[in-house]
Design a binder for this molecule. Structure first.
Ligand code: 2M8
Length: 455
């Protein structure tokens, strides 16, 4: 599919016989070469241009894909990330590559200044986190390529994954209701999602401060497809606020201007406990406490983030104690929880199948990241509408878990069609399927490999 061609061309991919098989093989080769080109001695960069360091949740998705072709590298990816874990258990959202020149990314290590915080690792990192999708990823890597080495890797990672959970459910339970709060939209991974508009509006910032900095992203991507300068002014203000407290989490409610419970982060938290229970069984640890925590997280998610009136999950802004009304793809992600009650599963399927998201057994357009019918839906701007493979993949996994192979197949086809048409782009136009952002993006390649393998 070239830019401008509808992405609903899965029929071509479904084509039976040798031609169809050759197209799938070509997709696989493209994905592998993208991942190989982005490999950097002990980790994979999300993109050589836009994101030249190591990112936390990217590495989890990347490991899932690498498991299909280079399992040793999948474990290396996770080991490298967790080697940068802080003493308090937080896994930093960026691990900086010291070999890169200053200015290779903004905000870089000097801006984060994390080394002055208690318990920071020796190497430079950021001070915030990303969704804890690593335990489910480790489980999938092992399941895909089980071996003595994979069991050893699970044994190595298990205490670190447990510490990551402890950090999020302990220090980050700012609301006191059993969920983790995020202190920055970057922690959700969906940086400028409309989900953050209301809580971000309360963050004092002036876009003029951005004159003092040089944005790196807009040198490599169209500024109209990225967050605005005002968004960045607020991103910077939030880092400054958290950094001023040396990245401590005590008394955050009284001093930090952005505190939100995100459905994706907390669904990942619950899914991680389910994965840890399975990992515990393999390495001879006790799965019981993980099962208990998984059940409590699912219940807390329903108690605090479910809105029966909209039939979907919404972030809770802890500063107002209100749910954010925007309907985003974040609300669908709790489908990854195997113990999500039927009532919520049914409602989420209805939400996903509505014109807002257009999920179907044969999709005419790919899954967007925001309600297509919303007046502020923006098909080109990053997380405000475009289609991304990671959110599609999470929903796809949720559909498989909840036994909807028909819808899962439709979503899978539409994801494959996106890459077949535009390549391993970072994100895609949600109507035309045109490639946007980085043209050689690692998690797109990795999750494509995973989707290809389950066809
Ligand atoms: C994007 O976020 C970074 C900041 O963390 C950025 O915009 O510079 C997001 O898409 C995030 O989810 C992703 O992990 C990161 C690297 O791919 O890029």
């Amino acid at each position: 599919m070239s830019a401008g061609t509808p992405s609903g061309a899965p029929g071509r991919l479904r084509a039976a016989g040798r031609a169809g098989a050759e197209r799938l093989a070509a997709l696989r080769r493209l994905a592998v070469s993208t991942l190989d080109a982005n490999w950097e001695h002990d980790h994979t960069v999300p993109s050589r241009t836009l994101y030249p360091h190591q990112w936390s949740w990217d590495s989890a998705f990347i490991a899932v894909g690498l498991a299909h072709v280079r399992p040793d590298r999948a474990w290396r990816e996770l080991d490298t990330l967790f080697a940068a874990q802080w003493a308090d258990g937080r896994v930093p959202h960026i691990v900086f590559n010291p070999a890169l020149r200053a200015g290779a990314y903004f905000p870089g290590p000097e801006f984060w200044d994390a080394a002055r915080a208690d318990g920071a690792p020796a190497g430079a990192t950021s001070g915030i986190v990303q969704p804890p999708v690593h335990a489910p990823a480790a489980w999938l890597v092992h399941r895909r390529a089980p071996s003595a080495a994979s069991v050893a890797a699970l044994r190595r990672l298990y205490p670190r994954l447990v510490a990551q959970q402890r950090y999020l459910t302990g220090r980050r339970d700012v609301g006191g209701g059993g969920l983790a709060a995020i202190v920055h939209p970057w922690e959700s991974g969906l940086d400028n999602s409309p989900a953050w508009d209301a809580p971000m509006a309360a963050v004092p910032a002036d876009e003029a401060v951005m004159r003092a900095y040089r944005r790196h992203d807009t040198a490599h991507a169209d500024a109209a497809h990225r967050p605005t300068d005002l968004d960045y002014a607020r991103y910077v203000a939030l880092v400054e606020s958290y950094r001023t407290g040396r990245y401590r989490d005590d008394a955050l409610a009284g001093r930090h201007p952005f505190l939100v419970e995100c459905p994706l982060v907390n669904a990942a938290l619950g899914a991680a406990e389910h994965a840890l229970a399975r990992i515990a069984t393999v390495i001879g640890a006790d799965p019981g406490p993980h099962r208990g925590r998984a059940a409590r997280t699912t219940q807390a998610l329903i108690d605090r983030l479910w809105d029966p009136a909209t039939g979907t999950f919404h972030p809770r802004d802890l500063r107002t104690d209100r749910l954010v009304p925007a309907r985003t793809v974040l609300g669908l992600i709790p489908l990854i929880l195997p113990d999500l009650p039927d009532r919520q599963v049914r409602a989420l399927l209805a939400e996903a199948r509505s014109p807002r998201f257009g999920l179907a057994a044969r999709m005419d357009r790919p899954l967007p990241t925001y309600d297509r019918t919303a007046p502020d839906f923006e098909p080109l701007r990053y997380w405000r509408g475009p289609s991304w493979l990671n959110t599609g993949w999470l929903v796809w996994r949720g559909l498989l878990i909840h036994d909807r192979p028909d819808l899962a197949a439709g979503l899978r086809e539409s994801m494959l069609a996106l890459v077949a048409g535009a390549g391993c782009h970072e994100y895609f136009h949600p109507d035309t399927g045109a490639g946007l952002g980085s043209p050689a993006f690692s998690w797109t390649a990795a999750l494509l490999l995973d989707a290809l393998a389950e066809g």
